[in-house]
Design a protein around this ligand. Sequence first.
Ligand code: SAM
Length: 283
Amino acid sequence: MNLCDIRTVRDILSAFGTGTKKSFGQNFLINQSIPERIAENCCDDNDSVIIEIGPGIGCLTAELAKRYKKVIAFEIDETLIPVLKYTLGEFKNVEVINQDIMEVDLAAVISEKAQGEKISVCANLPYYITTPILMRLLESRIAFDSITVMVQAEVAARLSAAPGTADYGAITASLCYYGQPQKLFTVSAGNFMPAPKVNSAVVRIDLYREKPVVPKDEDRFFKVIKAAFGQRRKTLVNALQTGFPNYSKEDLTAIITECGFDERVRGEKLSTADFAAIADKMA
Ligand code: SAM
């Protein structure tokens, strides 16, 4: 069964009395080479357990199951559960869980079903909730080896941007605290059913075992990043003053210059390590 053949996708959905739902961000892949390529490149160790978010009718799930030890897939849409039972019936190493990834206690599921295993995440993410899912995974403190996601091309550009470029923002600086992102490849809109308005891209994040940047106070570090990009057009001093009203402009200017930056610097020029240095000086 070719789960990426457009007629097969339509026939299976209609046979099970369901269809694609915009509210769940359902854009199914209809080009077999793409799930193959994503599965091939999402993880370096075939002995890993892969957490998949949103299996849809299972085209990426099947490719993951062929290559890795086990796949645990979370699907929010209950109408797809019998579909997945049918399409993935031949794979004994797949477990589908009918749950919202934003609600599930992922650490508990992993400790119950994959204790001691190497874990990676792989997903063609629903576009309506990309960043919240990504931040939830990163903030979970689960020791994933890698997280590979297909997202809108413009989001992929932001995730993998370098400091000082137009795409660099709070999400990039925060993400680089947890790991190293790299864009793998672009996928044009015509490879999905229904076709979205924009192209997509696959980004892989290799998570640090030991973070190279360790701020003294993580909350303050993230607050500095948020403040710096909350007012992108302002200098860092002015942006920080809005986020940290208890600090005077003189104090903030001193902190920034003591860290080796020009007092007129903007947040978009600073790396994750630079933000940590400034947050530490604010202690
Ligand atoms: N993996 C399939 C593919 O590549 O063709 C489907 C990808 S589709 C872009 C996103 C999938 O995520 C859909 O199956 C949708 O129902 C599911 N989904 C949406 N929100 C979700 C959530 N909060 N938790 C789990 N799954 C979700």
